[in-house]
Write a protein that binds this ligand. Sequence first.
Ligand code: CMC
Length: 431
Amino acid sequence: MSKKAKLLINNQEFDFPLVLGSENEISIDVKQLRSITGGVTTIDPGFKNTASCESKITYLDGEKGILRYRGYAIEDLANNASFLEVAYLLIYGNLPTEDQYKKFNDDIKSESIVDEDIKKILEAFPKSAHPMGILSSLTSALTAFNPTSNTIDYNRSKAELYETIVKVLGKIPVLIAWTIRKKNGLPLDYGDTSLGYVENILKMMFKKPNETYVQNPILVNALNKLLILHADHEQNCSTSTVRIVGSSHAGLFASISAGISALWGPLHGGANQAVLEMLESINDDGGDTNKYMQKAKDKEDPFRLMGFGHRVYKSFDPRAKIIKVATDEVLDDLGVVDPVLDIAKGLEKEALSDKYFVDRSLYPNVDFYSGIIYRAMGIPSDMFTVMFALGRLPGWIAQWREMRLRNEPIGRPRQVYTGENHRKYTPISNR
Ligand code: CMC
């Protein structure tokens, strides 16, 4: 196969090298495009056809429904690994040995406290504040309490980079647990670091004063799986945000804070909250799923079936397959009877056999099911995206670290200007 792409612009031919991925993906390297063509650019809104970087972290084949972290199938990891093992794998490239795992775990535990002044900032938020706004602000505020994490030269100081990474994984779960505790009117206590990472998060979120918190292994298993399934997803909107913010050499906390804001939107991580709100409003409106199927297909109607469709998965979302099984386990174990779940099942059944949805490859995505599990666990719907953020931390860290260690240039796209040509200022009295 030729290792070149040819481009013909106004009868002039230009050659561009091809970049080959390890799974034989082909990309046209246009790094020299502007310089050799005298300023020609490519335009690709939404980056639907643009690889923004080379990466060794996650492989995804949307047509075949394949997702692998560092070469390991998502099914294998979700069914067998712990979330922290997967975090280590994503960040450092290989599964940890027992010693590496113990050290990583211990270092994260020793960072599982935040400055007491963070409580004052949290207390200052009004009741109406959305937890994603709170989390993004508190994550940014952590920079103030850990100033070196924003200024170190990561290429020179691998030790400081490691320290910042374990701080993120130790401190952000505390912020998340406190956000939910404040919502539920519970005191802002620390967890119990003698527990596993996932068990500790559950206890930190839910333990009531003067009560012994009893772990439910089915919930622990489901949350461990959910966090693994969300841990990375190559160059999605929030990860691209983290990489681009970090490309200006902003620190890890600041970059992750920006990633949290990007994740918030309903077309990305906010979909899990939007799914539940949609199901509730269908229920309140009498539960007629067919009416909402018609609305979703009507091009005059802005309504979309939340939790269906994906930018890259065009056959099925492999994460949805795994989490559907865990959802059934959790619902059976907790004996949940909920009319909203019947609506979810009804919509899923109708959409899977509806020509509009089948023709456009619109299948339930991971967020269709994750919201259902979180609701059953007793997590308020505006906290669902916060749980997604918790899972995505290792991916954001791994991608940020890769970008910095590869010394990538600052992200700065071009544009095609379609506005007014040069015009002269006229004084206001003459307009
Ligand atoms: N309901 C109804 N129609 C839809 C939907 C939907 N959920 N999603 C896509 N379509 C239609 C869309 O109208 C278009 O139709 P046509 O070709 O006739 O104009 C076609 O399908 C292609 O849609 P698109 O908007 O061009 O696709 P996209 O790749 O730009 O968008 C998406 C992907 C996920 C933003 C979109 O499917 C969507 O809005 N889904 C609902 C929100 C959601 O569940 N998001 C969570 C994604 S999973 C979590 C994550 O990884 O972030």
